[in-house]
Design a protein around this ligand. Sequence first.
Ligand code: ADP
Length: 629
Amino acid sequence: MAEPKKQHHAFEAEVDQLLHLVAHSLYSHKEIFLRELISNAADALDRLRFEALSDDGLYEGNSDLGIRIEADEGARTLTISDNGIGMSRAEVTDNIGTIARSGTRAFLRSLGEEKQSEVSQIGQFGVGFYSAFIVADRVTLVTRRAGGKQGTCWESDGRGGYDISWVNSAPRGTSVTLHLKEDESEFLEDYRLREIVKRYSDHTPFPIRLQSRDDKGQPTGDWDTANQATALWMRPKKELSDEDYCEFYPHVAHDPNPPLAWTHHRVEGRNEYSLLLYLPSKAPFDLADPDPQHGVKLYVQRVFILDEPDKLMPRYLRFVRGVVDSSDLPLNISRELLQNNRTLDTIRSACVRRVLDLLENLSSSQEEVYAEFWEEFGRVLKEGVIEDIGNQARILKLSRFHSTQADEDTPKVTLDGYIGRMQDGQEKIYFLTIDSLSAARRSPHLEVFRQRGIEVLLMTDPVDEWAMDWVREYEGKSFQSIAKGELDLPGAESKEKSGEEPDGDPLCARIQEALGDEVEAVRRSSRLTDSPSCLVRGEHDLSPAMRELMRRQGQILPKPKLVLEINPDHMLLQRMQADEGRFSEWARWLLDQAILADGGALDDPGGFVGRMNALLASSPDPESGEAEA
Ligand code: ADP
């Protein structure tokens, strides 16, 4: 039978331009061509499945739908074939080689006029069928529409135009043969192809088959499936068991530990997408890194698009793993376009909402599991009070704190619990940010609170101080650092008021005079019961730990405005006042010991030790009974 006549067609100008870009751009991920062709094949299978719903004759007796990938080393070709819907000759000319039906036009259009220049970066993007020309210098496509008689062959070297001809006995569906460029031999190698299929198309819901190989790497004539072939997240929740979710987790999370919990939803309506999000049970090694390697993967119609943590989750939820699969985003969406995509914004806030819902559920119904979560990830979640003001209240509600009233049963408390325990007339939530729990236990700032039984939250994470600076209130209650500013305790006739005018207090005035500009002010304390003195910072001054951190980062900080509070009833202050000759040494010692108790470092530790020893050496002999004087 004579070879049917070939017809030559010229490409549309835009296609020609695009193909030139595709063939000549530098690619960091050339292998995406395979993802694109597999995705086209999967679409064709989906469409056949759909059309066969009303006409199962379209199956032509074969409903085992799948994709095959076959490398021919001798011919240096790679063929991707499907037994899907296929194309008629008219569809081929409409779809391939023109820009009209291709995602390419939408892609060009979506760049917008002002962004024309970005077309030059097209090499970074998937470009559907045309991406075959990244690795091939000639592409042959043979296709026959399901139910059709004759097939069509389309062939092009990607320059100027294509040839089209009839084919008499073509199988149903489409096969695309890439004649690989000289330096693209890697795409003939079995292991490389399997690796790419695994990476990008593991959950393409059709089997992707490669030829089985024997020990010597020779094809055996059989085919085996290289992907999992199920998109777990697309399956209805009620069909899935906990085991299914747990089995799937490592594929998506790169985490060998079992997941702690998950949330799975299919959203329909204006935006259609599925999400399956997991909470890991263990923090990954790079949790502290604000730009981790993995996050929530974005799929479009079951095709893997990207795994860039900050695209789908805000930083404070960077520990979340899983999949979002959108039906609305274009498959060849670029990274740039993802930045300002409204569909993606909607999905992103839905993801945040779902994760917070999951955490709330966990915290109310499985307190112990939630406690485990908080130990691993609480310090990251807390960053959200700054990063996501809109969800601040929800995040605060989810937060757990050490407290002066925590005990073995409830090692950490909630803000709601705190509010429930507030004393009559107490307006504020009191907290102390401090280096460690052991330092907190000895902090002079806590003395009066302990004495009066008022609860104080103890915050020991570096992020706490920074975060608390942003938080104004929770459930109508404001927050008060007990180490900053002035205290107004419930029902107290404030002793401090008198301290507001240090000039009016001769003892304070003398100490102030002795210390010069080392301190901003000296006043009588309403905080202290057992300690002789303590330091109080201005409302917005930083703690010593925070100052040290910033100093190491090379920041120059203004001298903090420190107030020295004294406890005139303390035995040592009584003694100080009786020891006129060394009043200024006593004053200096009062300041130094307050700095130390505050977790600060002394400029002159040797001087402190010397003064301290001198004061101790001269302390009256207890046997003389003077100590009580
Ligand atoms: P997109 O897939 O974004 O529409 P492509 O350039 O990849 O753009 O493909 C253009 C069109 O060609 C597709 O929309 C589809 O109609 C058709 N097509 C491509 N590959 C196949 C295939 N394997 N089977 C059937 N039709 C296909």
